[in-house]
Design a protein around this ligand. Structure first.
Ligand SMILES: [Zn+2]
Length: 193
Protein backbone atom coordinates (compact mmCIF):
# COMPACT_ATOMS: atom_id res chain seq x y z
CA UNK A 1 0.00 0.00 0.00
CA UNK A 2 1.61 3.23 -1.15
CA UNK A 3 1.51 6.44 0.89
CA UNK A 4 1.51 10.17 0.33
CA UNK A 5 4.29 11.71 2.42
CA UNK A 6 4.72 15.37 3.25
CA UNK A 7 8.10 16.35 4.70
CA UNK A 8 7.92 19.98 5.67
CA UNK A 9 10.50 22.39 6.95
CA UNK A 10 11.59 25.98 7.35
CA UNK A 11 14.09 27.63 5.02
CA UNK A 12 17.65 26.36 4.98
CA UNK A 13 16.82 23.18 6.86
CA UNK A 14 18.65 20.96 4.39
CA UNK A 15 15.40 19.80 2.81
CA UNK A 16 16.87 19.67 -0.71
CA UNK A 17 19.87 17.75 0.63
CA UNK A 18 17.52 15.17 2.13
CA UNK A 19 15.50 15.00 -1.08
CA UNK A 20 18.63 14.36 -3.16
CA UNK A 21 19.83 11.76 -0.63
CA UNK A 22 16.45 9.98 -0.75
CA UNK A 23 16.59 9.98 -4.56
CA UNK A 24 20.08 8.48 -4.43
CA UNK A 25 18.99 5.81 -1.95
CA UNK A 26 16.25 4.61 -4.30
CA UNK A 27 18.66 4.43 -7.23
CA UNK A 28 21.17 2.54 -5.12
CA UNK A 29 18.55 -0.11 -4.37
CA UNK A 30 17.78 -0.52 -8.07
CA UNK A 31 14.53 1.43 -7.85
CA UNK A 32 13.46 4.18 -10.22
CA UNK A 33 12.57 7.55 -8.65
CA UNK A 34 10.91 10.33 -10.64
CA UNK A 35 11.90 13.81 -9.44
CA UNK A 36 9.61 16.75 -10.15
CA UNK A 37 9.92 20.43 -9.32
CA UNK A 38 7.61 23.41 -9.74
CA UNK A 39 8.49 25.99 -12.38
CA UNK A 40 8.07 28.59 -9.64
CA UNK A 41 11.27 27.27 -8.18
CA UNK A 42 14.18 28.47 -10.27
CA UNK A 43 17.13 28.65 -7.93
CA UNK A 44 19.65 27.24 -10.37
CA UNK A 45 18.07 27.19 -13.76
CA UNK A 46 15.38 25.01 -15.18
CA UNK A 47 14.91 21.60 -13.69
CA UNK A 48 17.80 21.52 -11.29
CA UNK A 49 17.14 20.81 -7.62
CA UNK A 50 20.22 21.97 -5.76
CA UNK A 51 21.25 21.84 -2.14
CA UNK A 52 23.53 24.24 -0.33
CA UNK A 53 25.99 21.46 0.45
CA UNK A 54 26.77 21.27 -3.28
CA UNK A 55 24.61 18.38 -4.47
CA UNK A 56 22.21 18.73 -7.35
CA UNK A 57 19.69 16.66 -9.24
CA UNK A 58 17.96 16.96 -12.60
CA UNK A 59 14.20 17.08 -12.19
CA UNK A 60 11.24 17.32 -14.53
CA UNK A 61 9.60 20.75 -14.34
CA UNK A 62 5.84 21.21 -14.08
CA UNK A 63 3.64 24.28 -14.36
CA UNK A 64 0.72 25.39 -12.18
CA UNK A 65 -1.80 24.01 -14.67
CA UNK A 66 -0.06 20.66 -15.17
CA UNK A 67 -2.12 17.59 -14.30
CA UNK A 68 0.35 15.67 -12.16
CA UNK A 69 -1.68 12.47 -12.27
CA UNK A 70 -1.54 12.50 -16.08
CA UNK A 71 2.16 13.35 -16.03
CA UNK A 72 3.07 10.56 -13.62
CA UNK A 73 0.72 8.09 -15.34
CA UNK A 74 2.40 8.73 -18.71
CA UNK A 75 5.85 8.36 -17.20
CA UNK A 76 4.73 5.16 -15.47
CA UNK A 77 3.51 3.68 -18.73
CA UNK A 78 6.78 4.42 -20.51
CA UNK A 79 9.02 2.60 -18.07
CA UNK A 80 9.82 1.55 -14.55
CA UNK A 81 8.72 3.99 -11.84
CA UNK A 82 8.87 3.20 -8.12
CA UNK A 83 8.47 6.52 -6.35
CA UNK A 84 7.66 10.15 -7.11
CA UNK A 85 9.72 12.81 -5.33
CA UNK A 86 8.60 16.43 -5.44
CA UNK A 87 10.43 19.57 -4.34
CA UNK A 88 8.86 22.86 -3.25
CA UNK A 89 5.49 21.28 -2.51
CA UNK A 90 4.23 24.56 -1.08
CA UNK A 91 3.79 25.74 -4.67
CA UNK A 92 1.40 22.91 -5.60
CA UNK A 93 -2.16 23.91 -6.36
CA UNK A 94 -5.06 22.28 -4.53
CA UNK A 95 -5.88 20.28 -7.67
CA UNK A 96 -2.29 19.04 -7.92
CA UNK A 97 -2.36 17.85 -4.30
CA UNK A 98 -5.45 15.78 -5.12
CA UNK A 99 -3.79 14.51 -8.31
CA UNK A 100 -0.86 13.26 -6.23
CA UNK A 101 -3.24 11.52 -3.84
CA UNK A 102 -4.73 9.80 -6.90
CA UNK A 103 -1.23 8.68 -7.99
CA UNK A 104 -0.87 6.98 -4.60
CA UNK A 105 -4.34 5.45 -4.55
CA UNK A 106 -4.91 4.50 -8.19
CA UNK A 107 -1.36 3.75 -9.39
CA UNK A 108 -0.09 2.49 -6.01
CA UNK A 109 3.06 4.59 -6.37
CA UNK A 110 4.38 6.34 -3.24
CA UNK A 111 4.74 10.10 -3.46
CA UNK A 112 7.14 12.05 -1.24
CA UNK A 113 6.68 15.81 -1.21
CA UNK A 114 9.17 18.20 0.38
CA UNK A 115 8.13 21.76 1.07
CA UNK A 116 7.90 24.77 3.31
CA UNK A 117 5.07 24.97 5.80
CA UNK A 118 4.58 28.72 6.08
CA UNK A 119 5.54 31.85 4.17
CA UNK A 120 7.39 34.89 5.54
CA UNK A 121 4.10 36.26 6.88
CA UNK A 122 3.75 33.17 9.05
CA UNK A 123 0.82 31.82 7.02
CA UNK A 124 0.39 28.41 5.43
CA UNK A 125 1.19 28.05 1.76
CA UNK A 126 -1.80 26.77 -0.17
CA UNK A 127 0.01 23.63 -1.31
CA UNK A 128 1.14 22.87 2.23
CA UNK A 129 -2.38 23.37 3.55
CA UNK A 130 -3.77 20.71 1.23
CA UNK A 131 -0.83 18.39 1.79
CA UNK A 132 -1.46 18.57 5.54
CA UNK A 133 -5.08 17.65 4.83
CA UNK A 134 -4.33 14.77 2.48
CA UNK A 135 -0.98 13.21 3.42
CA UNK A 136 -0.78 9.79 5.06
CA UNK A 137 2.52 10.58 6.71
CA UNK A 138 3.72 13.99 7.84
CA UNK A 139 7.22 14.67 9.08
CA UNK A 140 8.94 17.87 10.20
CA UNK A 141 12.54 18.37 9.12
CA UNK A 142 14.00 20.45 11.91
CA UNK A 143 16.41 23.32 11.85
CA UNK A 144 17.55 25.76 14.52
CA UNK A 145 17.42 29.48 15.17
CA UNK A 146 20.60 31.41 16.00
CA UNK A 147 19.53 31.13 19.67
CA UNK A 148 19.56 27.33 19.56
CA UNK A 149 15.80 26.83 19.73
CA UNK A 150 13.90 25.09 16.96
CA UNK A 151 13.30 27.44 14.04
CA UNK A 152 9.98 26.98 12.31
CA UNK A 153 9.28 30.51 11.05
CA UNK A 154 10.66 31.92 7.80
CA UNK A 155 11.65 35.57 7.99
CA UNK A 156 12.14 37.65 4.87
CA UNK A 157 14.83 40.21 5.54
CA UNK A 158 15.93 43.37 3.78
CA UNK A 159 19.55 44.16 2.93
CA UNK A 160 19.73 45.95 6.27
CA UNK A 161 18.56 42.92 8.19
CA UNK A 162 15.05 44.19 8.85
CA UNK A 163 12.32 41.53 9.03
CA UNK A 164 9.46 42.13 6.56
CA UNK A 165 6.02 40.68 7.28
CA UNK A 166 3.91 41.89 4.38
CA UNK A 167 4.10 41.72 0.59
CA UNK A 168 3.71 39.10 -2.13
CA UNK A 169 3.88 35.52 -0.89
CA UNK A 170 6.17 34.34 -3.64
CA UNK A 171 9.15 36.40 -4.58
CA UNK A 172 11.50 34.26 -6.62
CA UNK A 173 15.04 35.15 -5.78
CA UNK A 174 18.04 34.37 -3.68
CA UNK A 175 17.90 32.21 -0.62
CA UNK A 176 19.86 34.76 1.37
CA UNK A 177 16.87 37.03 1.78
CA UNK A 178 15.24 34.48 4.06
CA UNK A 179 16.28 33.18 7.42
CA UNK A 180 14.70 30.55 9.65
CA UNK A 181 13.96 31.81 13.15
CA UNK A 182 12.23 30.54 16.27
CA UNK A 183 8.81 32.10 16.82
CA UNK A 184 10.04 34.47 19.52
CA UNK A 185 12.80 35.95 17.39
CA UNK A 186 10.60 36.01 14.30
CA UNK A 187 8.02 38.07 16.19
CA UNK A 188 10.69 40.29 17.74
CA UNK A 189 12.40 40.71 14.37
CA UNK A 190 15.76 39.74 15.79
CA UNK A 191 17.73 37.92 13.10
CA UNK A 192 20.96 37.48 15.03
CA UNK A 193 22.44 37.66 18.53
ZN1 LIG B 1 15.50 32.21 18.41
Amino acid sequence: MASLHFKYAAMNSGKSTQLIQAHFNYLERGLEPYALASELHDRDGEGIISARVGLSLKADIFGLDCDLFEKVDQRNQSGKLNVVIIDEGQFLTKDQCYQLAKVVDDLNIPVIVYGLKTDFRGELFDGSYHLFCLADKIEELKTICWCGNKAHMNARITENGIVVRSGEQVEVGGNDRYVALCRKHYLQGQVQA
